[in-house]
Design a protein around this ligand. Structure first.
Ligand SMILES: Cc1cc2nc3c(=O)[nH]c(=O)nc-3n(C[C@H](O)[C@H](O)[C@H](O)COP(=O)(O)O)c2cc1C
Length: 337
């Protein structure tokens, strides 16, 4: 286990060893994965929506607490635009507070309505956005930190589609709250770059989908391992609900409907249902369902434990820093003097 190498506002805020957030992964970030992230020195977020039955959610939180020996972990609350889809959140918040969870990752709509309750209960909230302008607005709402993900990310890259190299730097320059940069992150050199930008850490999703502790079928993980940076596809842009997913049969069917100019959401439903994702993860039939995946799939080259992934990232970050120092035009002169 790599000792702490970096101290940032994010490591301080969450009391974590490494400035690495493992964002919520729908259906995948359960107790085993989240605990593995925490035990590796990062912060993992369990997706509340993966456990619609409150009893299952409570059991999963208890299991996670056991697996982390009581060390804090987080919960992801995704705020949907679908009418009625956020009704379940109040009950889930009751349960997570009852179970002692105090670290929350919100995403989707601004967490305006949830914040008073979460803050009164002493929660630390990191809100994740895909555009700097949304981060600037969220900062005024009273969240504690921000994650800003670029268009390389798996899942929802938003509508502006600005890459992490540009948006990440702008975020670090313009936001006053602690900020994690995400979208395409899967190598420690990028962590070093994010810190060099002035950010406080990174947020990752895609890179972690092949972790040993992720319960999904090995055939799905092998497909991600095989995937390179060109094997994801942006779909649903025409419905202003842009989504980056594995380039599979479902993504191509959705792209074909868009190319036909179909705007009736009902026609998309058979392809985009979340239950299809769960089926694909269970069966390993990765052609079924819109499976969130980002360009960082290129860095997911082996099935290995979360701790190995995190440790390698930290070693890579140090190597990147050493490489940068070695390229300093003045360091040789200084040494010779
Ligand atoms: C398989 C998968 C499922 C995801 N599910 C969620 C989710 O339920 N809620 C959420 O806020 N973000 C979700 N995300 C986004 C991640 O938490 C993270 O923000 C994103 O993956 C970072 O970009 P990257 O994919 O380039 O690492 C998901 C990403 C992936 C790859």
């Amino acid at each position: 286990m790599t000792p702490a190498l970096y101290k940032t506002r994010l490591t301080e805020l969450f009391g974590i060893r490494h400035p690495v957030l493992c964002g919520g992964l729908m259906w995948l970030s359960d107790a085993a994965y989240v605990a593995a992230a925490v035990n590796a020195g990062a912060l993992g977020f369990m997706t509340a929506r993966s456990f619609p039955d409150p009893r299952d959610f409570r059991d999963e939180l208890r299991r996670c607490r056991e697996l982390t020996d009581g060390r804090p972990f987080g919960v992801n609350l995704y705020l949907s635009q679908q009418p009625g889809a956020n009704d379940m959140l109040a009950g889930h918040i009751d349960i997570l507070l009852e179970q002692g969870v105090r670290f929350i990752e919100t995403a989707g709509l601004p967490p305006k309505d949830l914040l008073p309750r979460l803050k009164d209960a002493g929660c630390t909230v990191v809100h994740k956005v895909s555009a700097l302008r949304h981060a600037l607005s969220a900062q005024k709402l009273g969240v504690d930190a921000l994650s800003v993900v670029g268009m390389e990310c798996g899942g929802h890259p938003g509508v502006y589609l600005i890459g992490t190299m540009v948006q990440g730097l702008l975020a670090a320059q313009q936001l006053t709250l602690p900020v994690a940069i995400g979208g395409g992150i899967g190598h420690g050199a990028q962590l070093a770059a994010a810190l060099a930008f002035g950010a406080d850490g990174v947020v990752m999703g895609t890179r972690m989908t092949v972790a040993k502790e992720i319960w999904a079928h090995p055939a799905y993980k092998e497909r991600v391992v095989a995937a390179g940076e060109t094997e994801t596809q942006l779909v649903l842009q025409s419905l202003r609900n842009t989504y980056r997913a594995l380039d599979n049969e479902t993504a191509r069917s959705v792209a074909a409907l868009e190319a036909e100019g179909v705007t009736d959401h009902e026609r998309y439903s058979p392809h985009v249902a979340g239950t299809l994702q769960k089926e694909a993860y269970t069966s390993g039939d990765w052609n079924k369902g819109l499976l969130s995946l980002g360009q960082a799939a290129a860095f997911a080259t082996a099935l290995e434990p979360v701790e190995a992934i995190v440790d390698r990232m930290m070693a890579e970050a140090q190597a990147a820093q050493a490489s940068l120092n070695a390229k300093s035009a003045t360091s040789g002169a200084t040494a010779a003097e």
